[in-house]
Design a protein around this ligand. Sequence first.
Ligand code: ASP
Ligand code: MG
Length: 428
Amino acid sequence: MSTERIKVFKFGGASVKSAEAFRNLARIVQTHGGRQRLLVVVSAMGKTTNALEALLGQAYQQQDVAPGLAELKEYHLQVLQELFPEQEHPVHQRLEHLFELLRHQLQRIASGSNFDKVYDQTVSFGELFSSAILHHFLADQGLVNHLIDSRKYIQTDNNWREGRVDWTWTERLVRRDLPQLLQEGLVITQGFLGGTNNGLTTTLGREGSDYSAAIFAYCLDAESMSIWKDVEGLLNADPKYFPDTVRYPEISYQETIEMAYYGASVIHPKTLKPLATKKIPLYVKSFLNPEGEGTQICDCRFVVTAPAYIIKERQCLVSFGVKDFTFISEKNLGTIFNALSELRIKINLMQNSAISFSICTDDNPEKLQLLIQTLRDQFVIHYNTELRLYTVKNYDAASINRILQGKRVLLEQRTRTTFQLVCRSQDV
Ligand code: ASP
Ligand code: MG
């Protein structure tokens, strides 16, 4: 492989949601990646993935997809018109063709088919559209680039909607082709998508484009990876809930992984491991203010500058009580954990008392009913839904007071570094 190091840029849906956003993206590539070997990973435009999920749902129930499909196409064509007013431009044909393929794909869906498998073959179109547009647009701006199909590089098993990466194969394929292509110019590819060894499409989980970029960065021993977002970097809270957020200039991989575990939606959780393994720094930067410092996530000692506030919505609190006036025993806990593991219910928080055991988990009514069916002979089970889980990492007295204000707390827990509470969603 060439000794010159490679950078990987990932642009999410918001950074390609309009013609103006594409223009801004091109400027960023020009100024911040221009003279560098650069691989660009792009997500679907705006809310396209949600729209495709909706279309898939309709097709699966044999409803009419024509209006939804027309709307999605119109959105893409409008951006296309603005970026490529010239009717003869090959990009128009390319998009026509892709939309035709999507239409066929939707038509073929039978209600009994394997939903998750069909999901991947359908919802993957968003990235195919956006990457084709980006490829042509950057070329027109004088940025020589190759468009590659990430399904031919990121190899996964057929665990649909959450493809598991075959690292050996993926690394071999990436290293075989990409260093050469990167000598010749930029390389553009799709986030979120992978492929199986029999040519089917897989996806890597919602918001998985960050992960795609990290996979490429890992395989190419990249110098750095940058995620361009609509926020100034990694913040200590979601600005939707907290008006006075602060940005972390530098933070460790470990701290970021923990924040993702507690539900911070900053970075797809699988993204960090490949980067941490090779100590590849991850920059989180704002595409609205590309000159801004952003955040560097790296192999450093994290100096706490502000507590992190993390909120998980749509939580459910389930408590299991013993029926015979004895205490909750290890045997009881074993039974409960077994059932949770079987049903793949993830515990976000748990607490034990003499006669009952409680867990806070993402609200999933079907799984909850199965859990109750499995355990109701042995336990008295109560549950509450429409709850919210707050986590304050690296808390202090002020941050706890702030969180507690105006809330009826259903459950509270603190360790040396982390404070958590469950309350009703309407208590804000
Ligand atoms: N387009 C996909 C999604 O919205 C992947 C991504 O954006 O990271 O989930
Ligand atoms: Mg997206």
